[in-house]
Design a protein around this ligand. Sequence first.
Ligand code: F6R
Length: 366
Amino acid sequence: EKGGFEHFMLKEIYEQPRSVRDCMRGRIYPIEGMVRLGGIKDYAEKLKNAERIVIIACGTSWHAGLVGEYLIEEFARVSVEVEYASEFRYRNPIISEKDIVIAISQSGETADTIAAIELAKERGATIFGICNVVGSSIPRLTHAGVYTHAGPEIGVASTKAFTGQVTVLTLMALYIAQLKGTINNAKLVNLLTELDEIPALIERCFKEDKKIALIAEKFKDSPNCLFLGRGSGFPVALEGALKLKEISYIHAEGYPAAEMKHGPIALIDADMPVVFIATKNSSYEKVISNIQEVKARKGKVIAIVTEGDKIVKDMVDYVIEIPESNEAFLPLLATIPLQLLSYHIAVLRGCNVDQPRNLAKSVTVE
Ligand code: F6R
């Protein structure tokens, strides 16, 4: 049942080229430059005119929501807010019939997310779901939705469901952009052609697995770890930190790299491992100066870099390469090595990676 893998988590990490492909199947048409989302097409007019989109979710799904915020704002030019469902529901949130709410949940059963949906629904918002478990509670409560089609996720720490959620949010961002005309057809053709390549590029990320296992050896006894990224690399950093906490019980924090100077830099010394998302994109130069700040304080740096990068390699202790792609799709690639890093560290520490202590696959309590 684990398909020859030692743990479900590892199997699910390795399933991602396929699960992301399944998620895009029948939804993207690269030659025509078209996205089709049958699940929400009846709400096209509403989406086109939306002035605001509110995303609600918990945990890893909330991290996917933050990636969605970057993508929707970038491509569809609509303002997006991302809220923890567990906070949203206990406030008196400003929500009306004009709003679109997107609820993200792997299990479709998270109590806080359900309660937040019910509240938004009472106030007249249109609610879309992004869920993995077909026929679960959330898809039944929402007006419409898009399934991630990642297949059953058994490992308690979410992996392929996250990349599925990010894929759906990418498709939604491009779909809204197509409806609104905020990106032209030629650009859509290019983006969808590149998106179509992502499953193959995820596969290529696995080339680094052995090296990642060796890096894990070096850091397995660290009590702490920082994860830093900018732009959509920031939610990737948050997700990297959450994975490490959940399955290895190492204290880890994700931060926007630029915020480091406002506090966390005080933590840096020769014993502090810092994982940077340092791929070649619009924030590359800025991230490099953040790396220099950490190295000047003798921090140990592991950098996720674009294949062939020499500049960062010369500055840091370890590099993990990912293939080059459009910046918009960075989270789908940069997440993979972080999943593997936390997996190997947890295994080396003798942790129960598929069923970490104190955690359950779906959190049906408030
Ligand atoms: C992280 C994890 C949790 C869930 C969170 C939301 O690996 O598994 O943080 O992401 O409990 O669960 P869903 O997505 O089922 O609503």
